[in-house]
Design a protein around this ligand. Sequence first.
Ligand SMILES: *Cc1c(COP(=O)(O)O)cnc(C)c1O
Length: 376
Amino acid sequence: MPRPISATISLPSLRHNLAACAAQFKIANNSPGPQAAPKIWAVIKADAYGHDIENAVQAFELADGLAMLDLGEALRCRKAGWNKPILLLEGFFEPSDLKAIQHYSLTVTLHDAEQIAMLEHAAPASPVNAFVKLNTGMNRLGFEPADYRGAYARIEQLQRRGVVGALGKMTHFARADDSADMTDHQLRLFNETTQGLPGEVSVCNSAGMFIPGCWQSVAPGMAQWGRPGICLYGASPFADRSAQSLGLLPAMTLRSQLISVRTIQAGAGVGYGHIFTARQAMRIGVVACGYADGYPRHASTGTPIVVDGIRTRLLGRVSMDMLIVDLDPVPQARVGSPVVLWGEGGPPVDEVASAAGTISYELLCAVAPRVPKTVI
Ligand SMILES: *Cc1c(COP(=O)(O)O)cnc(C)c1O
């Protein structure tokens, strides 16, 4: 028998989360205001945050577009039958990328003058749709506010030559999860800088979509695209708001089993480095899951884990292929008892991540290829 570990991907949960994001973004509302109904780029970078591109293509069929940054992943979407728009969040890296971008009708992000220069030398085989990115304070990708309108004008010339097709404007929030002031500042700078330029708008990531009134204050009257990522997978972008409180369902459940059970005496150390020592005699169990499966090695004693339906805790250091749990709260546990590391019937992935000093994004992306995936 193979090791008992597996990751279950729930297509119904992925669908539910897309609908929840859309509702949040009022996509389903016939919004009474002047704002056009917003659209959604479902962000599926990093193999759909570890859920598999092909599952995402299937589950997100109601999204208006898919966004990622790897050309290979974009082509997998086309092969899986996705005919709607695809946005490459980092655009292209060298002129030779443009051939596939044209052939597969991919939309690119333009964030640097070097990319414009590459387009100026490109053959207008078929016009490439593009979002022109503004740096409003993330200081990662995007034109500076002072350069933005000049870059836009250069790209509009390419549009007239037939090299570029439809144009849009975008930016990215740095602190939508923790600073309303910074987000306000970024929004204002975006509105000021892009004012009057034609094109659709894309601003809000997951956190931005859940900030009341956020998208309504972007360039009124413009068609707008949200770019939710983490929420689609049932995790929260906020440190202080659970995914459940946002109406989201876990899309990935990481399961395994106990492969050994023992009783240890007071004073006995557990695992590498003996960083946990028993205060009194206790029962412990070994779970077939370790950091080579993608479980975070930095998860500390006390990290929640569910054994046979009961929430208990991790003990000591996570090994490569195993970890050790406290079985005192689970007297019925024995070899073969089911374990949920995160997801449905287990702790939220956000809680495991925070116990390991990281965020759910990292855990979901890091599930190792050796963990078999089951799709429901
Ligand atoms: C990853 C990413 C998103 C999605 O972010 P979440 O926090 O997962 O919602 C949106 N836009 C860009 C440019 C990204 O890189």
